[in-house]
Design a protein around this ligand. Structure first.
Ligand code: PLP
Length: 421
């Protein structure tokens, strides 16, 4: 397709906009409630790890050369072993970390795993089921690759399995296809912050078993939990055959662009084939740094960090309740986000541009969490309609800003909303 420059860009460039995450990361405002940036990173610990590592490299140039070089596409074996141990012992994922650590893969952020999984599984016209709303970093690539996305209703316990079952049947009826993927963020979802109870986890697993669908469990916030969560859906997958499980160091360690996944073997082989072409491998240096963190520091960091995130959440919840006009918000037990929906109609994108940003406030307008083209399942579960975003919503992130600024910024936003709606 020709454009002004005369170059012929691929078709997707004309209908896929810049990632909202990328677009919002560039803003520097006092009241930053937008992207899922971790505000509590154990910087001292990482500084120490890097100083020690520098000294080690000075004494051992062979090790330095190894770590400053290309490595295996799926990740360094010592790091996979460390991750496998944590996934098994702390998260309850059924892999033997001594012998099966190679079922773990490392990617450049879990974003790359999401992309490579979609790239590996989806041909144009294939069907995917997601909650409504859903993580925009998943929806964007899904639409880009030509998937038909069916979004299904959610409530305060997240995705509703009965609707997932109905969406599968409708997909077969309307498109003559069983969906290839069911995507879910069970622990403190992005964007709603909701957590899926165990009974629903089991039901989702059973649906995927019965219809031979790959269940994509995105556990980005599994470690950032204010109370003990149900076990991952992956814990039900004793044969490592049904669930693709994704984790990330971005939220629980530092944004070194390292994600990790446990994938069924045949899926892993294809995803790594794709990764080989995307980036050859993830940097060995960051794997060395994170290995030290996951082996020796993560428990201490989580013990200190989680209560601070909880305090930030409580400051945000109180300020919303005290100052926002009529509407509803979610009540997350972990993660980084609260979802708010106004009782009155308004467009939160326009409001952010015209009122939020000039007042030093950004959040993510809810529209970003609906596919730009796709289908949503009727509330009665019996038919599909073109996906329609609920524009009177917003995702408010409490992870990045300290509690006093959260109170000040959210109260300021509440006042502006009350004056304008
Ligand atoms: C649900 C979810 N999945 C995946 C990601 C991507 O994380 P990363 O690529 O930093 O590992 C994010 C980031 O915000 C997220 O919220």
């Amino acid at each position: 397709m020709a454009n002004e420059s005369g170059y012929s860009f691929a078709t997707w460039t004309s209908f896929i906009a810049e990632s909202q995450i990328r677009a919002l990361l560039k803003y520097k405002v006092d009241f930053y409630f937008a992207g899922g940036k971790p505000g509590i990173v154990p910087t001292d610990t990482f500084a120490r790890i890097m100083i020690d590592l520098g000294e080690k490299y000075q004494k051992d140039p062979k090790l330095a050369l190894e770590d400053l070089n290309y490595g295996p596409t799926g990740g360094q074996p010592y790091f996979l072993k460390t991750l496998a141990k944590r996934l098994c012992e702390i998260r309850g994922i059924p892999i033997d970390y001594e012998t099966e650590y190679e079922s773990v893969s490392v990617t450049n952020g879990s974003q790359q795993a999401l992309y490579a999984l979609l790239d590996t599984l989806i041909d144009p016209g294939d069907v995917i089921i997601t909650p409504s709303p859903a993580y925009l970093g998943f929806l964007g690539p899904a639409v880009k690759l030509g998937a038909r996305v069916i979004t299904i209703p959610t409530d305060l316990d997240g995705i509703i399995p009965e609707y997932a079952e109905k969406a599968v049947l409708i997909s077969k009826r309307e498109f003559g296809k069983t969906p290839d993927l069911l995507y879910v963020v069970p622990d403190s979802d992005n964007p709603k912050g909701t957590t899926v109870p165990m009974k629903r986890r089991q039901a989702l697993y059973d649906i995927c078993e019965n219809h031979n669908i790959l269940l994509l469990e995105d556990a980005a916030y599994a470690e950032i939990q204010f109370k003990k969560n149900p076990k991952p859906i992956k814990s039900l997958d004793k044969d490592n055959a049904r669930v693709a499980y994704l984790g990330t160091s971005s939220k629980e360690a530092a944004v070194l662009r390292v994600g990790y996944s446990v994938l069924p073997t045949n899926v892993r082989n294809e995803v790594l084939k794709d990764k080989g072409y995307l980036d050859l491998c993830t940097a060995s240096l960051v794997q060395r740094i994170l290995n030290e963190y996951y082996e020796h520091h993560i428990d201490d960091a989580m013990r200190k960090g989680i209560p601070q995130y909880k305090t930030r959440y409580e400051a945000m919840a109180k300020a919303i309740d005290d100052s926002f006009p009529a509407g509803t918000r979610t009540d997350p037990t972990g993660g980084f986000f609260v979802w708010w929906q106004s009782e009155k109609e308004f467009d939160s994108s326009v409001f952010m541009e015209k009122v939020g940003i000039p007042n030093d406030i950004i959040y993510v307008p809810g529209v970003a969490f609906y596919p730009i083209s796709g289908y949503s399942l009727h509330e009665d579960g019996n038919g599909l309609e073109p996906s329609r975003p609920e524009v009177n919503t917003m995702r408010l992130g409490f992870s990045y800003v300290p509690p006093d600024l959260i109170t000040e910024g959210i109260e300021r936003l509440g006042k502006l909303l009350s004056e304008n709606l």
